[in-house]
Write a protein that binds this ligand. Structure first.
Ligand SMILES: [Fe+2]
Ligand SMILES: [Fe+2]
Length: 315
């Protein structure tokens, strides 16, 4: 007779998917709830830095593209909340954790967006880093998560292209526009490298996540892959990546780079980044402002449920 644990291990070993109906270890469930809900929160909070520019986009076309992109991020948040719900946490619990500041989300969204070029740099660098992180997650062992990631990744590649194209247009413009593009790349480059998380020797949960086949590559491997993708693209753009020590090392077959400022990473993660308080306040206000929508929807659902009775009563 096989135990639940053996059945679970066998599914993982055979590269099969774990589905909501399957038995799973408690720690696996908890890890997934944490990871998927943090990911969902990141998508939702991530709407703010770019939402900031919808009313000020430089043309109707740019505005339409940016609106579509920000709307995609809302959709990503919703798929992911749904995936997390299959593990037994409610949407209300997750929302509560977010608006009370107990939940984490990607630190990158706590940086400000002072110029239009930030829309380019976010698409190119932040969505680019998201793609590197998320493409392997399409094969995550938990079915609902992996399937959500497939669609999300398709949309992320559009996001990355639109960011690249904003920067390319600016780089072909006036000296002031080129300077604005370079400045945005300078500000977003290091935070985008931090998106892959701490170095491998300081990432205690990684080994277990790899064994469970949630995670497929280590933080440093993904960071290397990301930099390898950026270098030729930066050349096409004509922007400089702000790291004088960045070069390909023939011997190690890796990118050498300067040390990342992990103190900054920890500060932002601890809630002391430039926009942490503002992002959370906006989210809470949006939630409170939406109370009437939730009440109306609940009331509509209640009436719909009563409908058969009313119809029968009339007959
Ligand atoms: Fe997204
Ligand atoms: Fe995106």
């Amino acid at each position: 007779m096989t135990t639940d644990q053996e059945a679970f291990d066998a599914l993982i070993a055979a590269e099969q998917r774990i589905e909501p109906r399957d038995w799973m270890p408690d720690a696996y469930r908890k890890t997934l709830i944490r990871q998927i809900s943090q990911h969902a929160h990141s998508e939702i909070i991530g709407m703010q830095p770019e939402g900031n520019w919808i009313t000020r986009a430089p043309s109707l076309k740019r505005k339409a593209i940016l609106m579509a992109k920000v709307q995609d991020e809302a959709g990503h948040g919703l798929y992911l909340y749904s995936a997390a719900q299959t593990l037994g946490i409610t949407r209300d619990e997750m929302t509560e954790q977010l608006i009370t500041g107990r939940a984490k989300y990607s630190s990158i969204f706590n940086y400000p967006t002072p110029t239009w070029a930030d829309m380019g740099a976010i698409g190119w660098l932040v969505d680019g880093a998201a793609i590197c992180n998320q493409v392997p997650l399409c094969r995550a062992s938990y079915g609902p998560y992996g399937r959500a990631m497939v669609r999300i990744c398709k949309e992320e590649s559009f996001h990355q292209r639109q960011g690249f194209e904003i920067l390319l247009t600016l780089m072909q413009g006036s000296p002031a526009q080129r300077e604005m593009a370079q400045d945005a790349v300078n500000r977003w480059y290091w935070p985008s490298l931090m998106m892959f998380g701490p170095p491998d020797d300081e990432s205690p949960n990684s080994a277990q996540s790899m064994a469970w086949k949630i995670k497929r590559f280590s933080n440093d491997e993904l960071r290397q892959r990301f930099v390898g993708m950026l270098v030729p693209q930066a050349e096409v753009l004509g922007v400089t990546l702000p790291d004088p020590d960045l070069r390909w090392n023939e011997e190690t077959e890796r990118w050498d780079m300067s040390e990342i400022d992990w103190d900054e990473f920890k500060e932002v993660l601890a809630g002391r980044g430039p926009c942490n308080a503002e992002r959370q306040r906006n989210r809470r206000t949006a939630h409170e402002d939406g109370a009437w929508v939730r009440e109306a929807a609940a009331e509509y659902a209640r009436k719909q449920a009563l409908l058969p009775e009313l119809v029968e009563g009339a007959a």
